[in-house]
Ligand binder design. Structure first.
Ligand code: NAP
Length: 286
């Protein structure tokens, strides 16, 4: 039986410590989230982020726009937030409606307030092996979870399934930064199971049931990023958990694995951006 990578427990531990740090501040960090339209999943994510932030003493505002909002209005709002010294972190909840130029909106965020490492500046620094202001929330959460269980990536074969800008690609870059030998797979990958079986650490970020028992290596580590509802409405991940957990040594569950760690990272990033802005010191970024 595999050890469960318990994201909920680690989230609680991280947030408890973070609250102590925030309690010491007279002026509190502020996170502004922009939500366009009423996509139910986005509304749920945004509400969860706001609730968690408020429990920690982070000031959190959700700025809502209708789905048909003009791009210019969004850009103006972001510029206003950039210029507001009280706002430390800005998050634009994705996806955005088709008529909006997503990258233009994201790149309007001041990189110093870019809480999910979305801007070209921060993403480019990550790709160049330099330090962004903060690291992207989901990959950062995954590394924190692996660290907690003493799973070192140095010299390991890490296979990432998925190459999205949100998860797969930054995860691959960050694993490379930890000196792993990284393979990134996607929908055009041939012989996927032949590759996943070489993984010491397999990270799946696809959004459909894909990873079966015969695709993993014995005693390896499996991290399941996927989260979606199956045809019966049950929340589940990419991995056939019940079968795979008999083969591997560590596995993250869905729910309760990567999801809580993403929220924990968002809170840590908000605090880190606050500290950067207060001190205006950043070792690598001048
Ligand atoms: P995405 O943008 O849809 O990307 C999915 C990736 O999976 C793509 O790179 C795609 O390849 C690849 N893929 C699709 N079918 C495949 C197949 N049969 N074999 C190999 N690769 C395949 O999704 P995402 O935003 O990265 O999210 C992925 C999953 O993680 C979703 O379930 C999402 O809800 C979840 N998620 C969870 C968290 C969390 O905190 N737990 C955070 C973010 C996302 P192509 O590039 O070739 O299309």
């Amino acid at each position: 039986m595999a050890v469960i990578l318990d994201g909920k427990a680690l989230r609680d531990k991280i947030l408890l410590n973070l609250k102590k740090d925030i309690d010491l501040l007279t002026e509190k960090p502020k996170l502004s989230v922009i939500l366009v339209g009423e996509n139910p999943a986005s509304v749920l994510y945004v509400n969860n982020k706001k609730k968690t932030a408020e429990k920690l003493g982070i000031i959190s505002e959700v700025i809502k726009f209708p789905a048909d909002v003009e791009e210019e209005i969004l850009l103006d709002k972001i510029k206003e937030l950039n210029n507001d010294d009280k706002v430390n972190a800005i998050l634009v909840q994705l996806p955005l409606p088709e008529h909006i130029n997503k990258q233009k909106v994201i790149d309007t965020i001041n990189p110093k307030k870019d809480v999910d490492c979305f801007t070209s500046v921060n993403y480019g620094r990550l790709a160049a092996g330099l330090k962004p202001y903060v690291y992207p929330c989901t990959p950062k959460g995954i590394l924190l979870l692996l660290d907690e269980y003493g799973i070192d990536l140095d010299g390991k074969n890490v296979v990432v399934v998925g190459r999205s800008n949100l998860v797969g690609k930054p995860m691959s870059l960050m694993a490379l930064g930890r000196n792993a030998t990284v393979t990134t797979c996607h929908s055009h990958t041939k012989n996927l199971s032949g590759i996943t079986k070489t993984a010491d650490v397999l990270i799946s970020a696809v959004g459909e049931v894909l990873i079966e028992e015969n695709m993993v290596r014995e005693n390896s580590v499996v991290v399941d990023v996927g989260i979606f509802r199956d045809e019966n409405g049950k929340v589940r991940g990419d991995v056939e958990f019940n079968d795979v957990e008999n083969v591997v040594s560590y596995i993250s569950p869905v729910p309760g694995g990567v999801g809580p760690m993403t929220i924990a990272s968002l809170m840590l990033n908000t605090y880190e951006l606050y500290m950067v802005q207060k001190s205006e010191v950043h070792s690598d970024l001048k």
